[in-house]
Design a protein around this ligand. Structure first.
Ligand SMILES: Nc1ncnc2c1ncn2[C@@H]1O[C@H](COP(=O)(O)OP(=O)(O)OP(=O)(O)O)[C@@H](O)[C@H]1O
Ligand SMILES: [Mg+2]
Length: 379
């Protein structure tokens, strides 16, 4: 026979243990009484000399039947045994009842836990289990379960806002293209210049879309760290300076770099992207005639890269959120500069993958310092 309920199983188990203990106790007690009291008395009686024989007379009518002390004690023992067994059965039954009550009481919290787990789905993650006893194992399990729900809720909220932001970012260039085409449709006799103008706008929007999709793919890809190689950091930074020179010259921003030649192990494409995001931000968020400096140095265990600008700076309250996808300090301003708010989140992801750290210090209207620390043995 199979019992599905834990309550019944536990009660049966404890009952069996109780009954077994009671039976064992009864057996030991009876054995003791027999060995220590009855046996010595019987032995004593047997060792007494037999009483002198008297002429046989039938005295049964006149004298009461005389029982020996051993027989008397045996009779008493029987009574004792009977009442002992009754008491033990009583105690065992009481024990079983108490056990059943306690098991039922304790399993109630497990039942509450089970019902709460059944209620959870992706739309209902805010419920929490509140058990009266938080100290016992079930209470601790419920506590851990509540913490897990909290993490899941945050993760779902993050995924949701990520998807919303991604859709929003993708929609902007698409809307621009659509409007552009509608305007062209309204032209009665569009000239070649009209076509060229709208072609350029659409091309820009398409490039913007490709950039966003590329960044999204990188942000959501967890298996980026292939193609590990030895990289000359100084050469990589020189390439980045060349890449950003045109933008810097356009704003008359001085772009300098210095450091000792150093080798690093990592993914060249990703590290280039990570550093380029920071340098590119420096140029974007530094007004004309500003200055950006890139410096790198090596310690015993780490490589430190610093990008310093004297741009618009970042308010302290915004710093903790800078590395979150789609976060922009000033929506309208940065949007007009063509930013989607993915650059720094991607940079952080790449640095994390290389087991490094990224820190920001900034003063509003004075400038910012982005510091990257990579372990020398970084992968
Ligand atoms: N050097 C900086 N000076 C001032 N503000 C900065 C600097 N770097 C980043 N920020 C702020 O941090 C925000 C997030 O930067 P991030 O690089 O992630 O996005 P973005 O530059 O707006 O867009 P994207 O890099 O995707 O094109 C920016 O919008 C900007 O407000
Ligand atoms: Mg950026």
């Amino acid at each position: 026979m199979k019992f599905k309920s834990l309550k019944i199983k536990l009660t049966i188990l404890i009952s069996l243990v109780l009954i077994g203990t009671v039976a064992l106790l009864t057996f030991i007690t009876f054995k003791n009484v027999d060995n220590r009291i009855l046996q010595p008395i019987q032995n004593f009686e047997l060792s007494q000399p037999a009483a002198p024989s008297t002429p046989t007379e039938d005295l049964s009518d006149v004298a009461p039947v005389v029982t020996s002390p051993a027989e008397e004690i045996q009779g008493l023992n029987k009574n004792f045994q009977l009442s002992y067994v009754y008491w033990m059965i009583g105690i065992a039954l009481l024990g079983i009842l108490i056990c059943y009550y306690l098991i039922q009481k304790n399993l109630k919290s497990l039942l509450t836990l089970k019902n709460s787990v059944q209620d959870v789905n992706e739309h209902r993650l805010s419920s929490r289990i509140d058990l009266p006893n938080k100290e016992d194992e079930v209470g601790q399990l419920a506590h851990e379960y509540n913490l897990m729900l909290e993490r899941l809720e945050q993760s779902f909220a993050y995924q949701k806002s990520f998807a919303e932001n991604a859709a929003h970012e993708l929609k902007t260039p698409l809307t621009t293209m659509k409007l552009n085409l509608q305007i062209l449709d309204l032209e009665e006799k569009p000239t070649l210049d009209d076509y060229k103008e709208h072609h350029d706008i659409s091309k820009n929007s398409i490039n913007q879309l490709i950039d966003i999709v590329d960044q999204l793919l990188l942000v959501s890809n967890n298996e980026l760290l292939q193609n590990i190689e030895e990289i000359s950091l100084d050469l990589l930074i020189m390439d980045l300076v060349t890449l950003n020179e045109t933008d810097a010259i356009e704003k008359n921003i001085e772009l300098t770099h210095q450091g000792t030649p150093v080798k690093i192990i990592g993914n060249k494409v990703l590290l280039t992207q990570a550093l380029n995001n920071i340098i590119n931000n420096g140029i974007k968020y530094t007004p004309a005639n500003g200055a950006i400096n890139i410096s790198y140095s090596k310690t015993k265990e780490n490589i430190m890269i610093k990008v310093t600008d004297n741009g618009i700076g970042i308010d302290q309250k915004d710093i903790p959120f800078l590395f979150e996808p789609f976060y922009r300090v000033d929506e309208s301003r940065t949007r007009s500069l063509g930013g989607s708010g993915l650059g720094l989140s991607l940079t952080k992801k790449i640095i994390d993958m290389h087991h490094g750290k990224i820190k920001v210090t900034s003063t509003l209207n004075e400038g910012s310092v982005f510091q990257i620390i990579l372990p020398l043995t970084s992968r």
